[in-house]
Design a protein around this ligand. Structure first.
Ligand SMILES: NC(=O)c1ccc[n+]([C@@H]2O[C@H](COP(=O)([O-])OP(=O)(O)OC[C@H]3O[C@@H](n4cnc5c(N)ncnc54)[C@H](O)[C@@H]3O)[C@@H](O)[C@H]2O)c1
Ligand SMILES: [Zn+2]
Length: 461
C-alpha cells in the first residue's frame, strides 16, 4: 500500500510490451462499488478477500504473460501466495513505512486511517512479502531487470552461487586477463558447485570454431550443468554459443566484466563465433538463464576498453532520450542494462523492434570494413556512426562530441560506401538506417546521396 504500483505497473508493462492488469481496479468494476465502500459493510473485508483471491488466481492463470498489480493485502491469502509461487515472477515494490503512510493517509483507504495501525500492518505483512518475493524493486528499472533475470549491483560477484539456476555442476570459463584478476573471487563464490575451470584466449581470438571445439571436448557437465562466462563480450559470445550447442543446450550465465558487456553484450541471447569470412557468422539465440553484473569489476578495466563501452552507453542514452552517460558508473550500468534488457524482452528473437539497437552501427560497420578491421576499434567506429545518425536526424551532435570526441578516420571512401550498401540491413537496394525522431527511434531509408554525404563527413583526407 502506497508503494506506487498503480503508477509503476503501467510503465513496467509498457517497457516489457505486456498488458497491464490492476487487480483492485478490476475488482471495483466487478463489484460495482469502490473498495472502501465494501470495507465499511458488515464482513466487508472478508468478502473482499474472497473476491480478491478469485480474481487474482484467474489473472495469474491467463494464458498470456501480463504485468499484474496486486493490492497490498493480497499476500495475506494463502491460495494467492501459492499461485504466485507457481506461476509468477513476484516483485515486491519497496517503500519505507513513512513514505507509504504519507502517500496513503488522508484518503478513504480503509486500512490507512490511523498511522500506528498502518505501520503495524506494514510490519506484519513484511514477512509475507519476503516469503513470496522473487525480487525487490525500487523503480521501473529494477522490475525490468528482475523480469530479464538480471542482477546488477556491487557484490553480486560474491553472491554468484545464490544467483545461478538449478543445482547442477558449474564450469567457469574466463580469459587469462580477467581470470588473473577476478577468477579467484569467482571460483571462491562458486566453490560449492564448481566442477571445472577453463581458459580461452583474450579478445576476439576466443570467438573461433577451434576454441569452441576445445571447450565442447573439455566440458564434463550433465544436462543440468551451468556454464558461467566471466569476461567481456568475446568470452560471453563464445560461451553462450557453446552452451547453446553442448548437449543440445544447457543453462549459461554471463558475468560481464567490460563496460561493453555490462551495458550490451551480455543481454538478449545473441551468441556467436567468427568465421574467416566475417564476424559473428555462426551462432544461435540462446538466452542466458541469469545475467550477473557487478560494476565493481570495472575498476580494473583499462581506459581504452572503457571508451569502447562509452560508445554503447551514448547510443543507449540517445535511444532512451536521457543523458545516461552523465550518471555515475554503477547507475549508468543499471540504467543501460535495463534499457537493453527491455528492448530484447519485447523482441526476443530480433525480428522487429530490436533493430533500433543498431543506431549508428550501419555507418560503424562500413567504416570498420573499410579499415579492414584494423586500427579502428568498434567503439570509435560507433562514435562516428552516432554522429552521422544524429546529423541525418537533424539533431545536435554535442552528446557524442563531448563524451566520445570522435575523430574522422582515414579509410578508402569507395570501400566504405560499398560496405555500407552491402550492409545486411539493406532492403530493396536502399540502406535502412535507425534515426531519432521526437517520439523515439525509427527505422527508415534515405536517398543514397544523403547517406553517402553523411558517410563522407566521417572520413578524413
Ligand atoms: N552478443 C551481443 O549482443 C554483443 C553485443 C555487443 C558486442 N558483442 C561482442 O563483444 C565482443 C567485444 O567484447 P568487449 O568489448 O567486452 O571486449 P573483450 O571481451 O574482447 O575484452 C577486451 C579486453 O578487456 C579485458 N578485460 C575484460 N574485462 C576486464 C576487467 N574487468 N579488467 C581488466 N581487463 C579486462 C579482456 O581480457 C580483453 O583483453 C565482440 O566480439 C562483439 O562482437 C556481442
Ligand atoms: Zn556495438
Amino acid at each position: 500500500m502506497g508503494a506506487g504500483k498503480s503508477t509503476l505497473g503501467p510503465e513496467v508493462a509498457d517497457r516489457l510490451g505486456r498488458p497491464f492488469i490492476d487487480l483492485d481496479r478490476e475488482l471495483e468494476r466487478d463489484l460495482g462499488q469502490a473498495i472502501p465502500q465494501l470495507f465499511r459493510q458488515q464482513g466487508g473485508e472478508a468478502e473482499f478477500r474472497v473476491r480478491e483471491a478469485g480474481q487474482a488466481i484467474a489473472a495469474l492463470r491467463l494464458p498470456d504473460p501480463a504485468v499484474i498489480a496486486f493490492g497490498g493485502g493480497a499476500v495475506q491469502t494463502a491460495s494467492i501466495r501459492n499461485e504466485l509461487r507457481d506461476r509468477a515472477l513476484t516483485v515486491v515494490l519497496e517503500v519505507d513505512p513513512e513514505t507509504a503512510w504519507e502517500r496513503s493517509a488522508g484518503g478513504d483507504r480503509p486500512l490507512a486511517q490511523d498511522e500506528s495501525q498502518f505501520k503495524a500492518l506494514y510490519e506484519r505483512r513484511r514477512e509475507l512479502y519476503d516469503a513470496v518475493a522473487d525480487a525487490h524493486a525500487y523503480d521501473v528499472e529494477d522490475v525490468v531487470l528482475a523480469a530479464g533475470g538480471v542482477r546488477v549491483g556491487a557484490g553480486s560477484l560474491e553472491s554468484l552461487a545464490d544467483l545461478l539456476p538449478g543445482s547442477g555442476s558449474v564450469a567457469l570459463v574466463s580469459d587469462p586477463h580477467v581470470g588473473g584478476i577476478h577468477g579467484a573471487a569467482a571460483q571462491l563464490a562458486l566453490r560449492s558447485r564448481l566442477a571445472s575451470v577453463h581458459e580461452v584466449p583474450s579478445g576476439e581470438e576466443a570467438k573461433t570454431a577451434a576454441v569452441a571445439d576445445r571447450l565442447w571436448n573439455e566440458l564434463r557437465l550433465d544436462r543440468d550443468g551451468v556454464l558461467v562466462a566471466l569476461g567481456g563480450g568475446s568470452v560471453t559470445d563464445l560461451v553462450g554459443f557453446v552452451a547453446s550447442t553442448y548437449m543440445r543446450g544447457i543453462d549459461w550465465v554471463p558475468v560481464p566484466t567490460t563496460l561493453v558487456g555490462q551495458v550490451d553484450a551480455a543481454f538478449g541471447g545473441k551468441t556467436a563465433i567468427d568465421l574467416p569470412a566475417g564476424k559473428n557468422l555462426v551462432g544461435a539465440f540462446h538466452w542466458p538463464s541469469r545475467v550477473v553484473v557487478d560494476p565493481v569489476v570495472l575498476e580494473t578495466l583499462p581506459e581504452r576498453e572503457r571508451r569502447e563501452g562509452m560508445a554503447e552507453v551514448v547510443k543507449t542514452g540517445l535511444l532512451a532520450d536521457e543523458p545516461l552517460w552523465n550518471l555515475p558508473t554503477p547507475e549508468l550500468v543499471r540504467r543501460c542494462a535495463a534499457f537493453k534488457a527491455a528492448v530484447c524482452l519485447r523482441d526476443p528473437l530480433d525480428r522487429g523492434e530490436r533493430e533500433v539497437l543498431n543506431l549508428g552501427h550501419t555507418f560503424a560497420h562500413a567504416l570498420e570494413a573499410a579499415a579492414g578491421f584494423q586500427g579502428l576499434t568498434h567503439g570509435s567506429a560507433v562514435a562516428l556512426g552516432l554522429l552521422a545518425a544524429l546529423r541525418l536526424s537533424g539533431r545536435p551532435t554535442d552528446p557524442v562530441e563531448d563524451v566520445l570526441a570522435p575523430e574522422p578516420v582515414r579509410v578508402d571512401r569507395e570501400r566504405a560506401w560499398e560496405a555500407l550498401r552491402r550492409d545486411k540491413k539493406a532492403r530493396d537496394g536502399r540502406v535502412r538506417l535507425v534515426l531519432l525522431r521526437e517520439d523515439g527511434p525509427v527505422v527508415e531509408s534515405r536517398p543514397d546521396s544523403e547517406v553517402r554525404a553523411a558517410l563522407d563527413e566521417l572520413i578524413a583526407g
